[in-house]
Ligand binder design. Structure first.
Ligand code: PFF
Length: 493
């Protein structure tokens, strides 16, 4: 089961791997999800729960995935098939999660591209970018005009496919090595601007002020569930993405160290993203600019922030920062999207290689990418749940399947896909992986792989063992129950 030297590809350097893995982790989840979820779930209190989860579950799952990937030298399906036949279905869950997540992630990535493009156009001629519409009005018009969403979804997917076609070293690694430092620079620029606005402290307080009452108001289990879901998504865990990336890692590299670096850097990026977004929202909210509030939830990224740049800052400066910000989010989304596509592509590449053929990567990537594009089309067409009655081209799953009432997850196609993948498959995948490691194969399997690196001894065996055997399966089972609870509206928590 050792890693074969074959034409699957390999990272050229550890830093290249780290850029790609951090690139996968840092994405819409950090810039969009983290700030508003943190603000709405207790601020600093949420951060504490999040950090504890990262320390006791996230890092262990990361190590487990990287080790299983490197050991088998295969993508998620091949890895589970090789390690334990009975768990092959867990590999398929991972594959399907990647497929579904990318199908909506790419639609959202297309939105960021549309907004970046819009702000550039506004610099040249007022009204050229957003048709002179207000933030909410433009968003409504854009999301319900299925054609434009589809166009940008297509462009985003094409860019993702082009990078993945290049392979591990000359596609993914090459791109992320340039994109990640660029992302960092743009983020720092936006943070400085955001923090120096008048009234910025309101936003900082919203994010960081400890609100322990949230635990009793919202319910501790709910906060835990939100934090855990966010953690999986943000760290790209539970669906074999890191198994896939780990499979291209050389035996020379230190797995324990890498498994700590990626979550730590991702968490720093999440906090930085919060500092880029929330102070600006707080500043213009306290200055009384209409339509800006912390409570926007998912609308934050497109409606509220558009208002921040176009009305709050306004003028050329507003357009310029608007462009830089949405371009930054676009870059972050692309580096995540390529990892999602790679999860799916790797399965087919592995299959070709195991039959002694060439990798066929280019052709396979195009086919898989095209399939994901098609599955994403309903997400473009239902106007984020507005449905035919709201001017969109098709209805939400709630209306289509006649499941209107409690089932929030059916409200729009995006939430529907997300619920299946992020809500159920990812936590289930993480539970099964930790059971496989802790109880079926034994944590020694991870120790052996870590120590496959010459002159390296595993440092924290006992800690990892407890994580895999107890902490991860128990904690994540609660999360899964919480998701199912939400899905069926049972209100257990
Ligand atoms: N981690 C990405 C984000 O925070 O946006 C999303 C993601 C990428 C999830 C890759 C899962 C994955 F395998």
């Amino acid at each position: 089961m050792e890693k074969q030297t074959n034409n699957r590809g390999q990272w050229a350097s550890n830093i290249g791997f780290l850029m790609a893995a951090v690139g996968s982790a840092v994405g819409l989840g950090n810039i969009w999800g983290f700030p508003y979820k943190m603000g709405a779930n207790g601020g600093f209190a949420f951060l504490v729960v999040y950090m504890v989860l990262v320390a006791f579950a996230g890092i262990a799952i990361m190590l487990g995935e990287l080790a299983l990937g490197r050991k088998t030298g295969l993508g998620v399906i091949g890895a589970y098939q090789t390690l334990y036949k009975k768990f092959a279905w867990v590999g398929w869950l991972g594959f399907l999660s990647g497929f579904l997540i990318l199908s909506f992630y790419s639609v959202l990535g297309g939105y960021t591209l549309r907004y970046a493009f819009g702000f550039i156009m506004e610099i040249f001629s007022e009204g050229a970018g957003f048709g002179g519409m207000g933030s909410g009005e433009f968003f409504g018009a854009f999301t319900s005009s299925g054609g434009t969403s589809m166009l940008f979804h297509g462009i985003f997917m094409a860019i993702t496919v082009l990078i993945v076609m290049g392979g591990i070293e000359s596609g993914i690694e090459k791109f992320t090595k340039v994109a990640m430092p660029a992302l960092l620079i743009m983020l720092v620029v936006v943070i400085i601007r955001s923090l120096t606005l008048e009234g910025a402290s309101t936003g900082v307080a919203f994010m960081f002020a400890p609100n322990w009452e949230a635990f009793s108001e919202i319910g501790f289990m709910r906060v835990l569930k939100t934090a855990a879901g966010q953690m999986f998504f943000s760290l790209s865990l539970g669906m074999g993405c890191m198994i896939t990336y780990g499979s291209y890692l050389s035996k020379q590299e230190n797995l324990e160290k890498n498994a700590i670096i990626v979550p730590v850097v991702d968490s720093i990026f999440a906090l930085m993203a919060g500092l880029a977004v929330m102070p600006a929202v707080g500043a213009f909210m306290s200055q009384g600019v209409e339509g800006i509030s912390f409570g926007a939830g998912p609308g934050l990224l497109f409606v509220t922030l558009h208002q921040v740049f176009s009305v709050g800052m306004g003028g050329v400066i507003g357009n310029l920062f608007g462009f830089v910000f949405y371009f930054l989010v676009f870059i972050a989304a692309v580096t995540s999207a390529i990892s999602l596509l790679e999860v799916c592509t790797a399965y087919f590449v592995d299959k070709q290689v195991s039959q002694g053929k060439g990798s066929g990567r280019k052709k396979l990537t195009v086919i898989v990418g095209a399939m994901i594009f098609v599955v994403g089309i309903p997400v473009c067409l239902d106007g984020l749940g507005a449905g035919v009655a709201g001017g969109a081209m098709i209805d939400s799953p709630a209306v289509m399947f006649g499941m209107a009432e409690v089932r929030m997850a059916f409200d729009c196609w995006l939430d529907f896909y997300d619920m299946i993948a992020e809500g159920v498959f990812m936590p289930l995948g993480a539970i099964m992986m930790s059971i496989l490691i802790g109880w079926v194969l034994g944590t020694d399997v991870i120790k052996e792989e870590v120590e496959a690196t010459p002159n390296l001894l595993m440092k924290s065996y006992k800690f990892w063992d407890i994580c895999f055997k107890f902490i991860v399966p128990i904690a994540i089972t609660f999360v899964l129950i919480g998701q199912i609870d939400d899905f069926f509206g049972l209100r257990i928590f």
